[in-house]
Design a protein around this ligand. Structure first.
Ligand SMILES: *Cc1c(COP(=O)(O)O)cnc(C)c1O
Length: 224
């Protein structure tokens, strides 16, 4: 099946209010263009160098999502153009994003990444750390960042009950933060959860943004 057909198939399983981010990491520009020509505009990448090269070569109206672990010293390379930084997991990183956004005369949209999985390898904040970061935005006057919601990854497991309960946890974190800090802020509205293997469960638990790679583009081959 072509990328276009797989993309259309995925789109048919996603309700209208859910944003589809096509995760194109490791995929060539030709694959991204095929999805682009089928109407896809949101793409996700997790490596800074790969993203900057693709951004320079591909159409300007693509909305690039940075979905990986972002090192502070690399923010400057993507700050001129990145639409949404999904993985804010420290105040240090957010301060650097603010600094680079100011330099580029932009307001940088970001998500707070939460640790919900039962795995040691996944990055993310807990509720207390997130509160500290949100309070620091006002205290330190970080005016060039806009927190648009939350992001998280469930454990890689066959246990659907566990996955559901992790997604439910992220949804309730979102609801609490909305009530406590963002009740009059319309920008705070994204719940980014769900990948190829678990996006239907995520949508059932309240996701409104899914990040789907292999179901659209096929399996990834890593050259290590
Ligand atoms: C790779 C990746 C995805 C997409 O994974 P698939 O299983 O290929 O859909 C989604 N989110 C993040 C953060 C990723 O790194």
């Amino acid at each position: 099946m072509s990328i276009k057909d797989r993309l259309l198939q995925v789109q048919q399983t996603i309700p209208k209010h859910v944003t589809l981010v096509a995760v194109s990491k490791t995929m060539p520009n030709s694959a991204i263009l095929e999805a682009y020509e089928a109407g896809q505009r949101h793409f996700g990448e997790n490596k800074v160098q790969e993203l900057t090269e693709k951004q320079a070569a591909l159409p300007n109206d693509i909305k690039w999502h940075f979905i990986g672990h972002l090192q502070s010293n690399k923010v400057k390379f993507i700050a001129p153009f990145v639409d949404l930084i999904e993985g804010v997991d420290s105040l240090k990183l957010l301060k650097e994003i603010n600094k680079q956004a100011l330099k580029n005369n932009r307001i940088q949209r970001c998500l707070l990444q939460f640790f919900i999985a039962d795995e040691e390898t996944k990055f993310g904040l807990n509720r207390e750390e997130a509160t500290e970061i949100i309070e620091a935005i006002t205290k330190e006057s970080l005016k060039a960042v806009e927190i648009c919601g939350v992001m998280g990854m469930a454990t890689y497991t066959d246990n659907e009950d566990q996955i559901k309960s992790e997604f439910r946890q992220l949804k309730s974190i979102f609801d609490e933060l909305k009530t406590d800090f963002f009740s009059d802020n319309a920008a705070f509205q994204i719940i980014s959860m769900g990948m190829s293997g678990d996006y239907s469960l995520a949508i059932a638990e309240g996701s409104n943004q899914v990040r789907i790679g292999s179901t659209i583009f096929g399996v990834r081959v890593y050259n290590t």
